[in-house]
Design a protein around this ligand. Sequence first.
Ligand SMILES: *[C@@H]1O[C@H](CO)[C@@H](O)[C@H](O)[C@H]1NC(C)=O
Ligand SMILES: *[C@@H]1O[C@H](CO)[C@@H](O)[C@H](O)[C@H]1NC(C)=O
Ligand SMILES: *[C@@H]1O[C@H](CO)[C@@H](O)[C@H](O)[C@H]1NC(C)=O
Ligand SMILES: *[C@@H]1O[C@H](CO)[C@@H](O)[C@H](O)[C@H]1NC(C)=O
Ligand SMILES: *[C@@H]1O[C@H](CO)[C@@H](O)[C@H](O)[C@H]1NC(C)=O
Ligand SMILES: *[C@@H]1O[C@H](CO)[C@@H](O)[C@H](O)[C@H]1NC(C)=O
Ligand SMILES: *[C@@H]1O[C@H](CO)[C@@H](O)[C@H](O)[C@H]1NC(C)=O
Length: 825
Amino acid sequence: MNFFSFVIPITHILFFFSGLSHAVDTITQSQSISDGDGGSGRSLVSKDERFELGFFSPGSSTNRFLGIWYKNIPLRTVVWVANRRNPIKDLSGVLMVNGSGNLLLLGQNRTVVWSANSTKEARNPIAQLLDSGNLVLRDDQEKEENPENYLWQSFDYPSDTLLPGMKFGWDLRTGLERRLSAWKSPDDPSPGELTWGLELHNYPDNVMKKGSEKYYRGGPWNGVHNSGEPELKVNPVFDFNFVSNKDEAYYIYQMINKSVISRLVLNQTLSSHQRFIWIEAKKAWSLYASVPKDNCDKYNLCGAYGNCIIGESPVCQCLKGFKPKSAETWNPENWSQGCLRSKKLSCQDKHKDGFVKLVGLKLPDTTNTWVDESLNLKQCKVKCLSNCSCMAYTVSDIRGGGSGCAIWYGDLLDIRQFPANGQDLYIRMSASELKENQKIKVIVVIGAAIGVVFVVLLITYCIRKRRTNFRGKLKNDVIIDQNIEGQKEDLELPLFDLSTICNATDNFSWRNKLGEGGFGPVYKGTLVDGQDIAVKRLSRSSGQGPNEFKNEVILIAKLQHRNLVKLLGCCIQGEEKMLVYEYMPNRSLDSFIFDKTRAKVLCWSMRFHIICGIARGLLYLHEDSRLRIIHRDLKTSNILLDSRMNPKISDFGLARICGGDQTEGTTNRVVGTYGYMAPEYAIDGLFSVKSDVFSFGILLLEILSGKRSRGVFHSDTSLNLIGHAWELWREGRHSELIDKCLGDSCTFSVALRCFHVGLLCVQLHPEERPSMLSVVTMLSSDNSLPEPKEPGLYVGKSLSCEDPPWRNQQSSSTNYISITSLDAR
Ligand SMILES: *[C@@H]1O[C@H](CO)[C@@H](O)[C@H](O)[C@H]1NC(C)=O
Ligand SMILES: *[C@@H]1O[C@H](CO)[C@@H](O)[C@H](O)[C@H]1NC(C)=O
Ligand SMILES: *[C@@H]1O[C@H](CO)[C@@H](O)[C@H](O)[C@H]1NC(C)=O
Ligand SMILES: *[C@@H]1O[C@H](CO)[C@@H](O)[C@H](O)[C@H]1NC(C)=O
Ligand SMILES: *[C@@H]1O[C@H](CO)[C@@H](O)[C@H](O)[C@H]1NC(C)=O
Ligand SMILES: *[C@@H]1O[C@H](CO)[C@@H](O)[C@H](O)[C@H]1NC(C)=O
Ligand SMILES: *[C@@H]1O[C@H](CO)[C@@H](O)[C@H](O)[C@H]1NC(C)=O
């Protein structure tokens, strides 16, 4: 004690002399932080200079708030605000520790606008900003990092941000709840309606709410992750844990590398909570993860006993043994009525009910639950059977094969299906339903066995037939290889390590998945130097050895044009083959023209610019490059847009790189997309530059009309886009084709010309279609054009999707050879 009473006055004196002119992290009773002149200083800075506390005005507002932000990043990012509800209108704000050890924020006329509610007594209270970003009030004689002895800490009163080391949840001893609430807007830090907290049911659940309505549920903690967030797993970036005991229940995370800056923030505008990581190289926050992530994350989208399955049509399905409550209302407008049991439970007699095990689920809403960590699954079942309102049970902790018991009473709400890492749930069923299930199971097993035998026979047949053709192709490949040998020169194509790609894409995290193309999924990634990339992970490149593959990629990488997406390199490791492209921030054309609101962004002059760009890119592929490349899968989703809306063709040369659909393992896959394929390609597998011209024509009509080629416009005539366009053309109703959202921005004569060219491109016979060179000329001049004839393939049903692509394999492989060979130039 003596020691301290000696030291403290000295530190006081030191502070006075320095006048807080350089950064300090502490104020004592005699000091203050003020917005204007007069205080001992204007801000506190944590020891490691990571965080700063001071006054700021958010967004375009002039109001003043006391807050904490990152000191060491240039983009002002506020992580905590003191007087959220009570702005100070001028520069009168002063933060001080008063005589009885309270932290006060004074505003105009020195009225208290905010105070820390400390009730503990302290002899020498000081306020200190810690390296963690925590503003604490403590006794000067207590150790710095001893949370138990803080008189008060800002980490107990979060704003919209959860920092590493903050507890998200409850202190059950004091009843303190730490929940997040979003800022009302970027100009107003007062609490908005979006909040996120831990709900203390027997089986605690983390829930995002809009006002009092549940909006998203992360699901209960199952020992490994939250049940609704199966993608949350051990990772190299942060550690996380959920702690639940008689004193506390909270979620917490810590950065593994303490110098990585990351935050979790709730955003009202986007109605989501997002994790960001600061990328120093780019001087920007990078989105790492965000929930809700898809439609099925919407709270209780499918109603009671409904199961939300992404990719299924409809997305809401009743659980096994249940049927829609009302056939009329079971539709996409409102699924909330949910499902009912097909067979009533017969609870009175214990032996009449049983359970079906469903797998891969997000556990239902836990509002009416009961948990016992000491029971096993068998005891759990008995417990559930003994109460008629128990509807489901499962293990409460999935670790080590599962332990504990969680039981649900009443209707099961907010269930969804996960493709991976979902959980088992045992749902109560009447005995009669269970019997039926067993019968079906037997039938299914027999059916599957028959099916397998049939498929095996079919594959054997196809492979045998294909081998003959495949040999022919191989011969040609040898010739290509020789050609390549001759030109292995200049270009050094970067070879990326698998580990580099894994790092960049966060191990091909689902969060980074941009989409799935014909040849495999595409992921977004960020290289260490900050460059964004798109990685195509080829799923069917079998049949090619690594050298063959590399040679092909080098050839394709040589194709460079401002209307082609740039190939940056590739990655070959074992079975893995990947292509690395530049990343296009505006994604693909289809995300604009087929979307009611985004379509408006693309005014007519932009659309024309895009049409001409695609035409030039395609001309380059067909005529101007060293290789003649037939794209074979030209469509709106393969046209990417850069930040200035310049179109770039993607996926060119992929048919070539992947050995097309001509290798043994991939016989039954179509390269190309119905709705864009020229008739001779779709039906006979014949492709040429003219089949690309056909696809271009479809693209052109889609850009012009804003409608998809496969949509049917009149159900009675089953006309698709080409048919519809042709009808309008013949009847002279030209203007009706043009997307209404273009309004007056459209130069009619130019649009009419595009319409005309589009029809010429989709003529039935390849020789009647113009080459891309003529297309480019036609688009840029006003010479008269030939009259189009009736286009090919326009009655929706004439194209049979059932036609297997290998039906006419003789001609297709002949053609494959013709395009694969090098056109030396
Ligand atoms: C310090 O502030 C608290 C809260 O405003 C107040 O109750 C208390 O009386 C103040 N103490 C002194 C010594 O001014
Ligand atoms: C501050 O005091 C002045 C003079 O007493 C008064 O006119 C003014 O309304 C007060 N302002 C506030 C915000 O209380
Ligand atoms: C302090 O307590 C008052 C009244 O109970 C409350 O309105 C205020 O929000 C509390 N302040 C903080 C920082 O928790
Ligand atoms: C929410 O996100 C939007 C879009 O990213 C951003 O413009 C806005 O500033 C965010 N809101 C807050 C309060 O940070
Ligand atoms: C931690 O991250 C920093 C900055 O990103 C980096 O320079 C450092 O090498 C990393 N440390 C470790 C041990 O990974
Ligand atoms: C869906 O239907 C329920 C009752 O049938 C109703 O309460 C609810 O408001 C509807 N929701 C929407 C979005 O229409
Ligand atoms: C069944 O469980 C519910 C919910 O916990 C409870 O209210 C009810 O009393 C229980 N019934 C029996 C018979 O135990």
